[in-house]
Design a protein around this ligand. Structure first.
Ligand code: APR
Length: 252
């Protein structure tokens, strides 16, 4: 039985600004593997070989085909009730910002407007050499990799790899929104990867109520104000339903 604390509903009813940070766990119920769960991607693959600049430079074909495999998976899954609940939350607060570490664009498909993508996305591609966005054919025979039509450079996915800088504007906005919100949700993330993992601390230091939604304990579990220990696909629709009921009873 998932408990939504009444105290949290009261805080949400008084909140002007609400920020949500999501990680791979929000997409788990869509059938997308997380990274650090026992059956996650990093249990099967070496992130330094597949999600780093060195990995790409040492074997661009292997990295390119791995990402195309992940794109194929994403094209065959759908947003789950957790994604849709977050899209719904956007309508319930005066100021709502979604920040995601995910690159699968399932939040967009669920109707969230303009999520801040801290780690880029795997749907878009650009030239490794001149950075020009690439819109050409990506479905090539195994072992082949598209080339830039401007400079002939290798095409790469528009994700942030380990060791790369996050998009500056996205990170600045994420930090500013986290520092100025009333309630901060950390959903489906192990809170192990910085600078995204810093955001709940920025929120808390600036007086926000911090809520974690995760069936497992994480690096920030002992630090948050409320923990909803449940899968986000079940917890978030319930939270939205309980909050809407709370609002209907309070507004008269
Ligand atoms: N609902 C909510 N949380 C879930 C669910 C679920 N159904 N299933 C798993 N989780 C939780 C796990 O308990 C774990 O804490 O999701 C979290 C996933 O953690 P990670 O696999 O570490 O993913 P994430 O936190 O998004 O990783 C951050 O690391 O590898 C890089 O760039 C990659 O963006 C990624 C970053």
């Amino acid at each position: 039985m998932i408990e939504i604390p009444n105290e949290l509903l009261i805080k949400l009813s008084k909140a002007d600004s609400v920020v949500v940070l999501t990680g791979a766990g929000i997409s788990a119920e869509s059938g997308v593997k997380t990274f650090r769960d026992p059956d996650g991607l990093w249990a099967q693959f070496d992130p330094m070989e597949l999600a780093s600049i060195d990995g790409f430079m040492s074997n661009p074909q292997r990295v390119w085909s791995w990402y195309q495999h992940r794109v194929e998976i994403i094209h065959n899954v759908n947003p789950n009730p957790g994604h849709y609940a977050i899209a719904e939350m956007e309508k319930l607060f005066n100021h709502f910002v979604l920040i995601t570490q995910n690159v699968d664009r399932l939040h967009h498909r669920a109707g969230s407007t303009n999520p801040i993508e801290l780690h880029g996305n795997i749907i878009e591609n650009h030239c490794f050499n001149c950075k020009k966005p690439f819109f050409g054919e990506t479905n090539l025979p195994e072992g082949q990799i598209p080339r830039c039509d401007e400079c002939g450079g290798l095409i790469r996915p528009s994700v942030v790899w380990f060791g790369e800088m996050l998009p500056y504007d996205a990170l600045m906005k994420a930090e500013d929104e986290s520092a100025n919100c009333d309630v901060f949700f950390s959903i489906g993330t192990s809170a192990e990867v910085y600078p995204a993992a810093n955001l709940p601390f920025i929120a808390k230091r600036n007086g926000a109520t911090v809520v974690e939604v995760n069936p497992n304990i994480t690096q920030i579990s002992s630090y948050v104000d409320y923990r909803i220990s449940a899968p986000s696909g079940e917890a978030l629709p319930l939270l939205v339903e309980k909050f809407k009921d709370f609002l209907s009873f309070s507004i008269k």
